[in-house]
Design a protein around this ligand. Structure first.
Ligand SMILES: *Cc1c(COP(=O)(O)O)cnc(C)c1O
Length: 379
């Protein structure tokens, strides 16, 4: 069986974890490896302030807290995304307003954002699906015009670029995931890039259980005390040590994933030309991180039979996302604004192929062969 995903492991990680445990004697949060990862990410992504978190979800939760929402304030997000994009803002009492995506990238449609804006709208959340950038120029223009905050869900977008800028560093706040299904991992973990200087100090406080511990450690105040709301959003330094190994090998992981992505894209192009399926589209100005390779079948029925055919051939694949606006909680906590031209259709048609660090040539060839077999076509 060719698995759909294998957690990324390059081989150096355990030595760093051992170092954290035996040499540093520091396994709680904000130890040496956490600081090294944060500084490394700040340099690499050109972020002014990066903080590791326990997950992409908690990075989004921190972002939502920083937005200081009042009950009834509205947050606009795509319906085609992971539940965390929504739950983070729901916890802050926001009303969720789901909108449609664009057919090319499956990213939030800027026109749908503008059409959904009311007097209560406070935040817009572009989700960079598959690590391919949203139309950030247009989203920033709209946010500027209506005075909205922009929280980027860049969970899938670590190391991707939009017009030369790293995803997650463009809006007021950016959120990343280092879950084992993402390109670079620490098991469970994430990071928040606090781009708007207005939020930088409060981000430290929220992450440190509402205390001014960071100011205290920097010698800026002489007492360490409870000053604001907060939680514990800092990961263990053991997890950060694993991530350090991954970051040191970022180029290698990137190149390996991209080779598989390019292979799929080239090998499947003739099926696309014959109109049997659709392949991802990468707009000008976007350089992506090979987070995901997907194909689009014609409808739900074909998607279902395609996935079971691949399974019979020993190939793991996956579909997602049940549109949030039609999920039970989405109906309870949110509303959909505008037409659903592409959200439900994408959910019904999209299938993700196996793509992970270290995938062998034989395995990716077997995946392509299985796809051709499904359509009864020779390569
Ligand atoms: C993975 C993911 C998250 C959540 O990240 P975790 O680290 O799993 O909590 C949020 N949003 C999107 C779009 C994701 O893909």
């Amino acid at each position: 069986m060719i698995p759909f995903n294998v957690p990324p492991y390059v081989g150096t990680e355990l030595e760093y974890v051992r170092d954290a445990v035996e040499k540093n004697r520091k396994i709680c949060g904000d130890g040496p490896y956490t600081k090294m990862c944060q500084r490394w990410l700040e340099d690499k992504l050109h972020s002014e302030k990066m903080l590791l978190t326990t997950s992409g979800t908690t990075a989004l939760e921190m972002a939502a807290m920083l937005c200081e929402l009042e009950p009834g304030d509205e947050v606009i997000l795509p319906s085609y995304t992971f539940s965390s994009t929504a739950t983070a803002f729901l916890r802050e009492g926001a009303s969720l307003v789901f909108v449609d995506i664009l057919p090319e990238t499956k990213n939030i449609d800027p026109e749908a954002i503008e059409a959904a804006i009311t007097e209560r709208t406070k935040v817009v959340v572009p989700v960079h699906y598959a690590g391919v950038a949203c139309d950030m120029d247009e989203i920033l223009r709209i946010a500027g015009k209506y005075d909205l905050l922009v929280v980027e869900d860049a969970a899938q977008g670590v190391s991707s670029l939009y017009r030369g800028r790293h995803l997650g560093t463009i809006g007021d706040i950016g959120c990343f995931s280092f879950h084992e299904t993402k390109n670079y991992s620490m098991g469970e973990g994430g990071a928040i890039s606090v781009n708007n200087p207005r939020f930088r100090e409060r981000a430290d406080v929220i992450r440190e259980k509402g205390t001014n511990r960071s100011n205290f450690l920097r010698g800026q105040v002489d007492k360490y005390t409870w000053v604001d709301e907060g939680s514990s959003f800092l990961p263990s330094d053991m997890n950060a040590a694993y991530l350090w190994g991954q970051l040191q090998s970022m180029e290698k992981i990137f190149a390996n994933r991209m080779a598989t992505w390019d292979y799929y894209d080239g090998a499947l192009s003739s099926l696309c030309e014959k109109g049997r399926l659709e392949l991802p589209i990468i707009p000008d100005g976007c350089s992506h991180n090979a987070h995901m390779y997907y194909v689009l079948l014609s409808d739900l029925e074909e998607r279902t039979s395609f996935i079971s055919f691949l399974k019979e051939k020993g190939v793991g694949s996956a579909f997602h996302y049940v549109p949030l606006h039609s999920a039970p909680a989405g109906q309870r906590f949110g509303r959909y604004n505008g037409e659903d031209n592409f959200t439900t259709a994408t959910y019904e048609r999209l299938v993700r192929l196996p793509l992970y660090y270290g995938m062998s040539d034989e395995d990716r060839e077997a995946v392509v062969r299985a796809v051709y077999d499904y359509f009864g076509e020779g390569e």
